[in-house]
Design a protein. Structure first.
Length: 146
């Protein structure tokens, strides 16, 4: 089976980075394009936890997180992925599993390589990985985390 595009969804945690050697190895072996996806959790549907947020405040939080994610993805790219010659970075806002599945379809990804569980943050990759494995139209390789 030919592999042209691999997706590596990441929550930028230490556990998510455990998938990097596998992503790099597959990308090198098959000369594939790699899509790196970071998903920002949608805050608009949460109950206020510290005062009321209007849409402009939520937008500012999403913009700030998006900028920080771009910086972190660039750092990962330079440090671990040799400058990312065939790597495309994506940042989305929403439910992580749904956004992963959308990107698989949109970019015509052939394979997903992801950690089986994230570390810290607003969501845990365990449930995300399960949803992706159950609903993905392409093979999903999950990397166990310690």
């Amino acid at each position: 089976m030919e592999r042209k595009k691999i997706l590596w969804p990441t929550d930028l945690s230490k556990n998510a980075r455990r998938a990097l050697p596998y992503v790099s190895s597959l990308a090198e072996k098959y000369a594939t394009e790699v899509h790196v996806l970071y998903v920002i959790e949608e805050l608009g549907h949460h109950e206020p936890w510290y005062g009321e947020f209007d849409q402009s405040h939520i937008t500012k939080i999403h913009e700030w997180e998006s900028e920080k994610a771009k910086e972190r993805l660039d750092q990962i790219c330079k440090k671990n992925l040799e400058g990312c010659p065939l790597y495309k970075r994506h940042i989305a806002i929403g439910d992580p599993a749904q956004e992963i599945l959308k990107l698989i379809d949109k970019e015509k990804v052939d394979m997903v390589v992801m950690a089986s569980r994230g570390e810290k943050g607003l969501f845990q990759f365990g449930s995300v990985a399960e949803k992706v494995v159950k609903n993905s139209p392409v093979p999903v390789v999950t990397i166990p985390c310690v």
